[in-house]
Design a protein around this ligand. Structure first.
Ligand code: T3D
Length: 275
């Protein structure tokens, strides 16, 4: 577990690869801390214009590492029976959310550049919801999504309750969250849970091409588009119109709009730079 997160850069795309394949890239506090630090670093690096997140090995991420000493309940290793007198761990789970998952989910959602997730295999629990928190989610045909929480007596976290209801509606959110069954990538695309399901062999190249394409686009406008789409869920129509107008009036004075419009009118390639 020396390098639970691999970090590389291709052009203006920062690639973060979850790298604990022996445990299906389950989140330890070490991995969660490195992921947050890497997102912070990408956010403050002006040369980074998109982030691509994926997993090493056959899985994307199995969610919280349930053997992590911070949260592992006490039980008889031989029989598997829990000790009725064990010290409750609920407080520790709350601490884990407060100190790791909530800051991580907020960091991801407020990145100043677009985020792409390449789901290369099973994404379970917090792993599924971390993926779904990215701006564009691509999954390989053999990948799947599991809201594993209910099976171990928890509620969806890492933004799952918010994301699922918005992405697929209450009926399907309830089906996924209550039963905790595996949703194959193809069905996830058909339901609108993710943007695209692609052949396994094409996943990394398609995701990289998508991230590269985004990295050449007007970054600030893309990020404000994310903010406006998310805000719209809680707005009246007229307030959404006003928010659009406020953002548009700021963007209209920025470099990228002038560049984009001039490039269009003179039939040349634009060079965007606002972040
Ligand atoms: O503190 C809190 O809990 C609060 C935070 C909660 C956030 C959460 O994410 S809660 C949900 C936690 N995740 C799960 O409950 C999923 C558990 N894993 C699975 O259900 C299955 O592993 C999968 C469906 C993801 C994949 O199944 P399969 O059959 O392809 O693989 P496998 O054989 O189950 O797993 C392979 C290895 O990875 C295995 O180790 P071994 O036997 O080869 O040494 C397995 O124990 C390990 N592994 C998989 N998931 C986890 C894990 N080890 C630790 N934690 C895991 N979550």
């Amino acid at each position: 577990d020396d390098h639970p997160l691999l970090i590389s850069t291709e052009g203006a795309v920062r690639v973060l690869t979850l790298n604990r394949p022996q445990a299906l890239n389950a989140f330890t506090t070490g991995l969660l801390g490195q992921l947050r630090a890497a997102l912070d670093e990408a956010a403050s690096d002006a040369g980074v214009r998109a982030v691509l997140i994926t997993g090493a090995g056959r899985a994307f991420c199995a969610g919280q590492d349930l053997s992590d000493p911070h949260i592992k309940p006490e039980f008889d290793e031989h029989s598997g029976a829990v000790d009725p007198h064990r010290k409750p761990k609920a407080k520790d789970i709350g601490n884990l959310l407060d100190h790791y998952y909530i800051p991580l989910a907020l960091r991801l959602r407020s990145m100043p550049v677009p985020t792409v997730c390449a789901v290369n295999g099973v994404a379970a629990g917090a792993g599924a919801n971390f993926a779904l928190g990215c701006d564009l989610v691509l999954a390989g045909q053999s990948a799947s999504f599991i809201q594993a929480f209910s099976k171990i007596g928890l509620v969806p976290d890492c933004g799952g309750t918010w994301l699922l209801t918005r992405l697929v509606g209450r009926a399907r959110a309830m089906q996924l969250a209550l039963l905790g069954d595996k949703l194959p990538a193809e069905q996830a695309q058909a339901w609108g849970l993710i943007a695209r399901c692609v052949a396994d062999a094409d996943l990394q190249s398609e995701a990289m091409a998508t991230a590269q394409k985004l990295s050449r686009m007007p970054t600030r406008a893309l990020v404000q588009t994310r903010e406006a789409l998310d805000a719209s869920m809680a707005l009246e129509f007229e307030d959404a119109l006003k928010l659009e107008a406020r953002l548009q009036s700021q963007l209209g004075y920025a470099h990228d709009y002038l560049e984009g419009a001039a490039a269009f009118l003179t039939k040349r390639q634009p060079a965007f730079k606002d972040r």
